[in-house]
Design a protein around this ligand. Structure first.
Ligand code: ATP
Ligand code: MG
Length: 567
C-alpha cells in the first residue's frame, strides 16, 4: 500500500487544484461556460512520460467536465521539426486512450493571423525591428535587480519598421541579423517584459508552409494567440511558464475581450529518478547511438516504455498517484514500477521459462514417457483458465535454484532434500555432475509418483516449489535484461557531461532462455507474460519466426511497497 499523502488529491474523491480552478470558472459562467483545453507538443522529438502527465491532464479534465481538448502541434521552428515526430506523437496519445477528434491543429495554421497582429502592433507603435545581434540584445537585458537598456533601434519610425519587417519575411536579410521585438518596458520587474523578441528570421523551409515564411514567431508570441484563435479556455502547462504568464496575458489582451479570454494554469513537472527528461538530451542519446533508438526499452519515452512492457493503465495510475501540485518534485521510478506490477499482476499470462538453465534428470522416471501437466494461466483472472505443459525425465531448472552446499534456510534444490516441481511432482535431489572446472553440468533427482499435483497425496508439504521447462519440447528464446539507464538518481542535477553518468551495464542479453512450447506458439509482439517466479516479460518486435525476443519488463518483487509498509 502506498500512503495517501503524496500531495495529491485526485486519488481521493476531491479535485486537484487545476480541476478546482476549472470548476470555478465553469460555475462562474466564464467563456460562456465552455471548457476547451489543448495539448501543444513541439514536433521535435518523441513524447516522454512527462508529456503524458501533461496530456492526461489536458484530455482528462476535458473528459471529466464535458469539454473538449485540442491537439496542437507547436510547429514554429522548422529547423528542428519533422513529420516523423508528428506521427509518433499521435500514436502515443492514442495509445494512452485519448483522442482529439476533429480538433487537430498546427501553430503554423496561424502564421497569417500572427503576422497581421504583428503588423498591427508595429502600426500602433508597440513593436520594432532591432538590428542588433542576439549577444547585444542579451547584454542590454539587465538583471532582475538592474533595469535593461533601450535598443538604439527602439524608436525608429513606424514606416521603417513596417518596411523592414516585410523585407525580413521576403528573405532579404540573413538569419540572426534582425528580429522584431515588442516595445514594452526595459525596466520591468519581469524580465520577459523587457522588449521580448516576437519574430526571428529562419530560412529553412517549413514542413507544412514551405518557403512562404522567412520569419517565425517565438513561443511567447505564438502560444497565447494560438490558444485564442482556437477558442481554448484553459491553457494548462508546467511551472516553468509561470514567469511567462504576464506576457501570455499581455499578447492575448491584444485580441481578447470580456466575452472570451484563455487562462494559463501551471502545475509541477514529472521528473523521474535514474533518467533524463530533456528532449535535447534524449535526442542526443539516440543520435549518438548510446541507446538503440527513441523506443529503446530503457528510454523514458512513451514508445520506449511501451516496448519495455509498460501499459497505459500503469502509466495513468502512476500519474494519478503523484498528482498535480504547485511544487517541483523528483518522482521515484519505483513508484512507477509499483503501478506497473499491479497492472501486470492482474493481466499477464503465467508461463514457465528458465532464464539461466541447468539440466535436471529424474533418474527414476521412464525414459520415453511424457505427461501433460495442467498449469494455471493466470490465478488472478478467473477467465484465464489453464493450459498443458509437457513433463518428462529431463527438465530445465534455474541454476540459482540448486546449491550443493547451501546455507541454512535454503529451501530449493540441494542433495537429500525434497522440493515440488510446480504443477508436477515432489522430487528428491540425489546429487549432481560437475565438469573439470567444477561447474555443475547436471543435477539428479528421484520423483515420488504419488505426489502428482491435483491427485490425492499431492498435498504432502515441502518448503520449496521450483519452476521448470521440459527439455525435449523447450523452445530457446532471447531475453534482454535491463537495468537503470543512469547510475545516479538525478543525472540532471550533476555537474559535467550527463553521458558520463550512463550505466554501462544497463542492457544484458541472454540467448539460451528456455520456455514452454505453449508460450512459443502464442507469443506475439507486445504480449505481456509473467515468467513464473522470475518477473514480467514482454514480446519485442525484433522477434522473428525463428526466434522470439523478450524484454524483461520488471521483476516480481516490489521492494518499494515493502519499504512503504515499514514506514
Ligand atoms: P522543449 O520545449 O524543451 O522542446 P518540452 O518537453 O517542453 O521540451 P513540448 O513539446 O513543448 O516539449 O511539451 C509539450 C507540453 O508538455 C508542454 O505543455 C509542457 O509543459 C509539457 N511537458 C513537458 N515536459 C513535461 C514534464 N516533464 N512533466 C509534465 N509536463 C511536461
Ligand atoms: Mg516546451
Amino acid at each position: 500500500m502506498i500512503p495517501e499523502s503524496t500531495g495529491n488529491t485526485s486519488i481521493n474523491e476531491g479535485l486537484n487544484f487545476v480541476e478546482q480552478y476549472i470548476k470555478e470558472d465553469l460555475e462562474a459562467g466564464k467563456n460562456g461556460g465552455r471548457l476547451n483545453t489543448r495539448f501543444p507538443p513541439e514536433p521535435n522529438g518523441y513524447l516522454h512520460i512527462g508529456h503524458a502527465k501533461a496530456f492526461i491532464m489536458d484530455f482528462g479534465v476535458a473528459e471529466k467536465f464535458g469539454g473538449t481538448c485540442n491537439l496542437r502541434f507547436d510547429d514554429t521552428n522548422p529547423q528542428k521539426e519533422d513529420t516523423e515526430y508528428v506521427e509518433a506523437i499521435k500514436k502515443d496519445i492514442h495509445w494512452l486512450g485519448y483522442d482529439w477528434g476533429d480538433r487537430l491543429y498546427y501553430a503554423s495554421d496561424y502564421f497569417p493571423q500572427l503576422w497581421d497582429l504583428a503588423v498591427r502592433m508595429i502600426k500602433e507603435g508597440k513593436a520594432y525591428v532591432d538590428e542588433q545581434t542576439s549577444e547585444q540584445i542579451a547584454a542590454q537585458k539587465g538583471t532582475p535587480t538592474q533595469p535593461g537598456q533601450n535598443s538604439p533601434y527602439r524608436d525608429r519610425p513606424i514606416e521603417e519598421n513596417l518596411d523592414l519587417f516585410e523585407r525580413m519575411n521576403k528573405g532579404e536579410f540573413d538569419e540572426g541579423s534582425m528580429v522584431l521585438r515588442a516595445k514594452i518596458d526595459m525596466a520591468s520587474d519581469n524580465m520577459h517584459f523587457r522588449d521580448p523578441v516576437m519574430y526571428r528570421i529562419i530560412k529553412t523551409p517549413h514542413w507544412r508552409t514551405g518557403d512562404r515564411w522567412k520569419v517565425y514567431p517565438m513561443y511567447d508570441f505564438a502560444h497565447g494567440q494560438s490558444d485564442y484563435f482556437e477558442g481554448v479556455t484553459h491553457s494548462i502547462c508546467t511551472l516553468e511558464f509561470v514567469p511567462h504568464r504576464p506576457l501570455y496575458e499581455y499578447f492575448v489582451k491584444e485580441l481578447a475581450d470580456e466575452s472570451y479570454c484563455p487562462r494559463q494554469i501551471e502545475f509541477n513537472r514529472l521528473n523521474l529518478t535514474y533518467t533524463v527528461m530533456s528532449k535535447r538530451k534524449l535526442l542526443q542519446l539516440v543520435k549518438e547511438g548510446l541507446v538503440a533508438g527513441w523506443d529503446d526499452p530503457r528510454m523514458p519515452t512513451l514508445c520506449g516504455l511501451r516496448r519495455r512492457g509498460y501499459t497505459p493503465d500503469a502509466i495513468k495510475d502512476f500519474v494519478n498517484r503523484i498528482g498535480y501540485t504547485k511544487y517541483e518534485a523528483l518522482n521515484h521510478v519505483e513508484l512507477l514500477e509499483h503501478s506497473l506490477r499491479e497492472d501486470l499482476n492482474k493481466h499477464a499470462t503465467r508461463v514457465s521459462a528458465v532464464v539461466n538453465p541447468v539440466k535436471l534428470v529424474i533418474t527414476n522416471y521412464p525414459e520415453d514417457k511424457t505427461e501433460l501437466m495442467e498449469m494455471d494461466s493466470n490465478p488472478e483472472d478467473p477467465t484465464a483458465g489453464t493450459h498443458e505443459m509437457p513433463f518428462s525425465r529431463e527438465l530445465w531448472i534455474e541454476r540459482e535454484d540448486f546449491m550443493e552446499n547451501p546455507p541454512k534456510k535454503f529451501f530449493r534444490m540441494t542433495p537429500g532434500k525434497e522440493v515440488r516441481l510446480k504443477g508436477a511432482y515432489i522430487v528428491k535431489c540425489t546429487g549432481c555432475k560437475k565438469n573439470d572446472e567444477g561447474d555443475i553440468e547436471e543435477i539428479y533427482a528421484e520423483y515420488d509418483p504419488e505426489t502428482r499435483s491435483g491427485l490425492p497425496g499431492a498435498d504432502r508439504k515441502v518448503k520449496g516449489t521450483l519452476h521448470w521447462v521440459n527439455v525435449p519440447t523447450a523452445v530457446e528464446v532471447t531475453v534482454r535484461d535491463y537495468d537503470r539507464l543512469f547510475n545516479v538518481e538525478n543525472p540532471s542535477a550533476e555537474e559535467g557531461d550527463f553521458r558520463d553518468l550512463l550505466n554501462p551495464e544497463s542492457l544484458k542479453v541472454r540467448e539460451t532462455v528456455k520456455v514452454e512450447p505453449w508460450l512459443a506458439e502464442r507469443a506475439k509482439d507486445g504480449d505481456h507474460y509473467q515468467f513464473q517466479r522470475i518477473g514480467y516479460y514482454t514480446v519485442d518486435p525484433d522477434s522473428t519466426a525463428e526466434r522470439l525476443v523478450f524484454n524483461r519488463t520488471i521483476g516480481l518483487k516490489d521492494t518499494f511497497a515493502k519499504e512503504m509498509k515499514k514506514g
